[in-house]
Design a protein around this ligand. Sequence first.
Ligand SMILES: [Zn+2]
Length: 184
Amino acid sequence: MTIRPLCIALFAALAVPSFVAAQAQHAHVHGQAFVDVAVDAGVVEINLRATAQDLVGFERAAATPEEEAQVLAARKAVLDHARLWQFNAAARCVAEGPVLEVPGAGEAHDHDHDHEGHDDHVAHSDWTVRYRFRCAAPEALRAIDSGMFAVFPSLQSATVQVLDATGAREETLTASANRLTLAQ
Ligand SMILES: [Zn+2]
């Protein structure tokens, strides 16, 4: 796993919705996403957090119409759950509304915090997206394939916290290993 050592900043102090509180201590690392996957009684909840740098291409507020279009395109892309998360068909999982939340997404908020040695950034911004699916045949649920590396090519890896029938564990996904195998 390659982690580019640029621009690491802790986001502990951000005012984020409570459901991402558990992720708030994660470092802000360009190229790396943090994903929580919880499977319980046929319901799959996925929280995705990634930097605006990886999703949008920049982290400051959009300054031009072109940049505003980039933000809108990124917002559309993160909401495209069918491209980002694919379940094995037998499980018959469908997105459940309100499926997705993009708390504070879109505009890179300007945060005031330490940035050690990366003058190219005036601010860092993370996007967090929550997805929820219900599976009609949960006993058949075996795997989730993620399209996030195809949709957001600057993402290099994702640290995934999985909570399923066998308990909690951490896995790493990459473009060449983008399948999350689930336990029954
Ligand atoms: Zn950054």
